[in-house]
Design a protein around this ligand. Structure first.
Ligand SMILES: NC(=O)C1=CN([C@@H]2O[C@H](COP(=O)(O)OP(=O)(O)OC[C@H]3O[C@@H](n4cnc5c(N)ncnc54)[C@H](OP(=O)(O)O)[C@@H]3O)[C@@H](O)[C@H]2O)C=CC1
Ligand SMILES: O=C(O)[C@@H]1CCC=N1
Length: 269
């Protein structure tokens, strides 16, 4: 039997996931989207050939409902969905902070709910999606969620208690790397390089470093040591990073992101 999947709240992450599912072979006819604004719905129809529907129709027609609105909009979306979601649907939430219990409380008894934290590299099939089951989700439900998110990158199952930490690490993670690239490009400007060249150099260094981190099997400390020659250039830079407390800043930054994810659990912002 064909399984229909609906993305409810198809903004940045919803569209990234939708495009990945289509790249992975899902037929647009089996995919439904919902949006708040009509012009956004038309944009998605033109771009992907998918059917925009109302939230109520998505709940009636799709077997799997992926909730991808902002955490602050989740209460309202669930109020709209509740009368139409039967317990044979699988509900998957990609919203930061929102717990499976928050969703279960607002839907029919026994509705299976899964919480997922993806990240924007799903756009290039290099996503990281962290998955936790709610109290009614079965092994098959988890496998189904992994099929969907596994089509656009890696997946990892964690206990839900670790979701806020994972949100801070991998959900928000790409933003930290973009921030570093931005800052290092500025450094290139200070050192007298044209912006486009500085950008290209840093991006390629980032790609090379990322592939080595993934494929070499070496610990990051060892990889960094291999770059750091005695009395060389790199150690001078590292000393400045340590002097400026960059490691402590990163630890504090991720702790702040984790804390914000916890705050969002109320759905009130
Ligand atoms: N961006 C990211 O990197 C990641 C985001 N997330 C999570 O994904 C969720 C969405 O984030 P993001 O894509 O960045 O945000 P966006 O604002 O881009 O997308 C949210 C979308 O939901 C729509 N929406 C809101 N309420 C409703 C409703 N009642 N019915 C239908 N559509 C609705 C909005 O419509 P409109 O545009 O008309 O307001 C908007 O298009 C958040 O919960 C976030 O925590 C998770 C991982 C990574
Ligand atoms: O910033 C946010 O709240 C979302 C969740 C993880 C990444 N972006």
């Amino acid at each position: 039997m064909t399984q229909k999947v609906a993305v409810l709240g198809t903004g940045k992450i919803g569209e990234a996931l939708l495009s990945g599912m289509i790249r992975a072979g899902w037929a647009p006819a089996d995919l439904l989207v919902t949006t708040r604004r009509a012009e956004r719905a038309e944009e998605l129809r033109t771009r992907y050939g998918v059917d925009p529907v109302s939230n109520a129709d998505a709940a009636k027609q799709a077997d799997t409902l992926i909730l991808a609105c902002k955490p602050q909009d989740m209460g309202k979306l669930l109020d709209e969905l509740a009368p139409h979601v039967t317990a044979d649907r699988l509900v998957v939430s990609a919203a930061a902070g929102i717990t499976t219990a928050f969703i279960e409380e607002r839907l029919a008894d026994g509705t299976p709910v899964i919480r997922v934290m993806p990240n924007t590299p799903v756009l290039v099939d290099e996503g990281m999606s962290v998955i936790s089951a709610g109290s009614h989700a079965s092994r098959d439900d988890l496998t189904h969620a992994e099929e969907i998110f596994g089509a656009v990158g890696k997946t990892l199952r964690v206990p839900e208690t670790q979701q806020d930490a994972c949100t801070a690490l991998s959900g928000s993670g790409p933003a930290y790397f973009y921030y570093l690239v931005e800052a290092m490009t500025d450094a290139g400007i200070l050192l007298g390089l044209p912006r486009d060249k500085a950008h290209d150099l840093i991006v390629q260094a980032a790609i090379g470093a990322a592939v080595m981190l993934r494929d070499s099997g070496e610990h990051p400390v060892k990889l960094r040591e291999n770059v750091t020659s005695p009395a060389g250039t790199t150690i001078n830079a590292i000393r400045e990073l340590e002097n400026h407390g960059v490691r402590a800043a990163l630890i504090a930054a991720l702790e702040a992101a984790r804390d914000r994810s916890r705050q969002l659990a109320s759905g009130n912002g």
